[in-house]
Design a protein around this ligand. Structure first.
Ligand SMILES: [Zn+2]
Length: 217
C-alpha cells in the first residue's frame, strides 16, 4: 500500500518534469533522445544484474556512442564509481592512448552528449561542467544529491551560479541539461532493485523519490 502511494506520487512529479522541460523538443529530437536513453537503460540493467544500484549512461559524439558506464560502487567498494565517472574514465583512457593533447580532449568533450538514467549527483555534475560537456539528458530526478536542478544547478554557467563563484571552482563551464526522459523506466528499475532487498545495496540515497513518504493531501 505504502509502495503504491509512493510510486504514484513519484510518477506525478516526473510527469511535471516531462511536461515543463520537454517543451521545444521536436519529434525527431525526441526520437533520438529516446534511442540513446534506451541504451542508457540497458546499461542500468547491466548494473542491476551485477547487484549494483541500477543507473547507467552512454556518451555520444556525432550521433555515435563512444563510451558507456554503469554504477560499480559495490564491486569496487568505491562510492565515487558512478555510471558517469565510469564512462568519462573510459573515454579519458581511450584519448590518452591516442596521445590527444589537453586542448584536443577539451574540444572532444565539448562535442559530447551524455544520456543518463538518473540526474547526475553534485560530484558528477561538477565533473561534467569542468570537462565542458555539451549537453546532458537524464531520466528521473535525484532529490537528495542532484546537481542539475534538484539540489544545486551546476549545469548553469558560472555567471548564473553564485554558489560556484564562492567555492572557487572557476573552471566549470556549465552545460545544457534536460530531465524526465524515460523516467518511468528508470524509476521502475530502481524500485525493483530496492524492493528486492539486496543485502549488498547501499542506502538508497540517490533515487530519493522512490522512498519518500507520501505527503498527506
Ligand atoms: Zn554521480
Amino acid at each position: 500500500m505504502l509502495a503504491t502511494l509512493v510510486v504514484s506520487s513519484l510518477i506525478d512529479s516526473l510527469i511535471v518534469i516531462r511536461s515543463t522541460e520537454m517543451d521545444g523538443v521536436s519529434e525527431s529530437d525526441l526520437e533520438n533522445i529516446n534511442k540513446f536513453m534506451e541504451l542508457a537503460l540497458h546499461q542500468a540493467k547491466c548494473a542491476f544484474d551485477n547487484l549494483e544500484v541500477p543507473i547507467g549512461c552512454v556518451l555520444v559524439e556525432d550521433g555515435e556512442v563512444i563510451a558507456t558506464g554503469f554504477n560499480r560502487t559495490s564491486e569496487t567498494r568505491n562510492a565515487t564509481r558512478h555510471a558517469e565517472m565510469e564512462a568519462i574514465d573510459t573515454l579519458l583512457e581511450k584519448w590518452q592512448k591516442c596521445s590527444l593533447s589537453k586542448s584536443q580532449v577539451a574540444q572532444k568533450f565539448s562535442n559530447c552528449i551524455l544520456y543518463v538514467t538518473c540526474e547526475p549527483c553534485i560530484m558528477c555534475a561538477m565533473a561534467l561542467s569542468i570537462l565542458g560537456i555539451r549537453e546532458v539528458f537524464f531520466g528521473c530526478a535525484n532529490d537528495k544529491f542532484g546537481g542539475c536542478g534538484s539540489i544545486l544547478s551546476l549545469h548553469k554557467s558560472e555567471t548564473d551560479n553564485k554558489c560556484r563563484q564562492v567555492d572557487g571552482a572557476s573552471q566549470s563551464k556549465g552545460f545544457k541539461c534536460m530531465g524526465g526522459y524515460m523516467a518511468d523506466e528508470a524509476v521502475s528499475l530502481l524500485r525493483s532493485f530496492y524492493e528486492q532487498g539486496n543485502p549488498n545495496a547501499p542506502k538508497p540515497h540517490r533515487p530519493v523519490r522512490v522512498l519518500q513518504a507520501p505527503q498527506k493531501s
